[in-house]
Ligand binder design. Sequence first.
Ligand code: CP
Ligand code: NVA
Length: 295
Amino acid sequence: MRHVLEIDDLSEAELAEILDLASERSPQAVLAGKGVALIFEKPSNRTRNACEMAVVALGGHPVVMRGDDIGLGERETVEDVTRVLARYHALVCARVFEHRHLEAMAAVGEVPVVNLLSERSHPTQAIADLLTLRSRWGSLAGRKVAWVGDGNNVARSLVLACSMVGVDVALACPAGFELDPVAVEAAKARGISVEETTLPSDAVPGADAVCTDVWVSMGQESDGSRRVEAFSGFCVTEDLMEKAAPGAVFMHCLPAHRGLEVEASVIDGPRSAVWDQSENRMHAARALFQWIARA
Ligand code: CP
Ligand code: NVA
């Protein structure tokens, strides 16, 4: 039984296999007659729709639950919720406020568990991001990705994913909002270069993709004004994109805030890959579920 709570729960070979599976548009109905539980303690547009459609494409039946429906860890223990869901479903996927709840679900050991975003990581986004970059570039190894903004859950999974496919990374984060050094060291240990700076203009030269995310993640709303102030100067502008490699793409997992982390003309312009990224969430989820169902 395999769980995917972070992208490096997969081996490099398994990630490559999933990226290849994601390109198959006529998958076998490996979930025929089976259910998939999709728990969302936080809002979602892309992840929910991508996962529901992915389950349907594999012949399965998705059951979406909001956090309030099941009261993870409050109405029932996380373990009891998981044991019950394991009796109905082939997979339990969850977007949670506390990553440790995913670990508790996995520890039950009765059903594979997939992380649909926690405060720590967003592995299904990272698979979609690699898929998007691979389709733009043809191959991944030897390229460079710049991350401009918060060293957050999306950054963590993306950097680890890049390290698994030989893509170098440059991180520009404000002081106090850097990526967890453990993730940086894990990425470097796979042999890629990870540059760290507090200046976006130092990170983007030579980058084939410039990626960002919101400055205030779900669950951080009470810290919003401090964050917006700290991130001024971290907007991905056309001027910043000009400093990247010729033909560099702009990436954002969405939802986006035009005028804050990205200039409207960048996200809505020809360099933007964000709609392909959103579509690829579905292909990535389908491939991951297919792979887990076979594992
Ligand atoms: N990128 C992403 O996870 O979007 P949602 O929050 O809408 O699912
Ligand atoms: N970092 C963001 C990603 C949203 C998809 C958050 O956690 O809210």
